[in-house]
Design a protein around this ligand. Structure first.
Ligand code: GLP
Length: 260
């Protein structure tokens, strides 16, 4: 696991660099897309590079991590609509090339199984962007999730519903109770994981993620087992890392030829 501690703007550029390099090397790349506020600056940077530097998403495909169950097709917080707004429409991505679990399916378990098959049929995810919840979830794999889980229905914790109420006019009662989410086993199959976390509110989750024992209580800890995981954090999110000085020193002395 590589841990980079840097200012927020620099983190976004680093994550965008990883996507940019992938798309130029492999125009048919499969990108794993996260919602939440953490990747927004990355999407801004990718949209800028699309507009100003000719970065093309035309042949790429996207797979979303998760989706709320039951939000109507036109609901602004339906993750399908969020992703369309924050990235897909800004880089001229064909809506059909971006897929997500179907939170409106009559048969939700079947929709989850179909989603797994779609990801596999696309050849798997090349770069997976991730945020982290304050309770240590990635995608919507809440504490207690099986470390080998696949796409399935999950019940959101009250903590996550309270955290996400800000996207629902501050009204926790409007935050759905259920979601469909890629499992931890699904996420672990992506070839490169890029996780972003900023702000003091993420410090405890980041501490567990990077230095804690691997445990279903802090689901993000499973990425310690990934052969290519990059964790991008600002000073505030890094404030509880025991080896912070070592991570800083490593990044400062990183050979120029070595990319993320
Ligand atoms: C949400 C999403 C996650 C996201 C997390 C953190 O619940 N399902 O994919 O990483 O919360 O969100 P934020 O980046 O807004 O802090």
């Amino acid at each position: 696991m590589e841990v980079v501690i840097a200012p927020v703007a620099e983190l976004a550029v680093l994550a965008a660099d990883a996507v940019d390099a992938l798309l130029r090397r492999k125009p048919t790349a499969v990108l794993g897309l996260a919602t939440g506020s953490s990747p927004l600056r990355v999407y801004d940077e990718l949209a800028r590079r699309h507009d100003e530097e000719g970065l093309s998403f035309d042949r790429a495909r996207g797979f979303m991590l998760d989706e709320y169950v039951g939000l109507t097709v036109d609901h602004p917080q339906r993750y399908r609509n969020v992703i369309e707004r924050v990235i897909a429409s800004r880089v001229g991505w064909d809506p059909a090339a971006v897929r997500g679990p179907d939170g409106l399916a009559d048969d939700l378990p079947a929709a989850c199984a179909a989603y797994e098959q779609e990801i596999a049929a696309a050849g798997g995810v090349d770069v997976q962007l991730l945020g982290i919840g304050t309770d240590g979830h990635i995608a919507f794999n809440e504490p207690g999730s099986s470390l080998a889980s696949r796409t399935r229905i999950k019940t959101l914790t009250e903590q996550t519903r309270a955290d996400n109420a800000r996207f629902f006019d501050g009204d926790v009662d409007r935050v759905p109770r259920h979601c469909l989410t890629e499992g931890l086993g699904t996420i672990m199959e992506a070839r490169h994981l890029v996780l972003l976390a900023t702000g003091r509110g993420k410090a405890e989750a980041v501490h567990h993620l990077v230095e804690g024992p691997i445990s279903a209580l802090w689901p993000a800890t499973i990425i310690q087992m990934h052969p290519h995981a990059t964790v991008l954090v600002d000073d505030a999110a890094a404030c509880r890392l025991q080896l912070a000085d070592y991570y800083r020193q490593t990044y400062r002395n990183k050979p120029a030829w070595q990319s993320l």
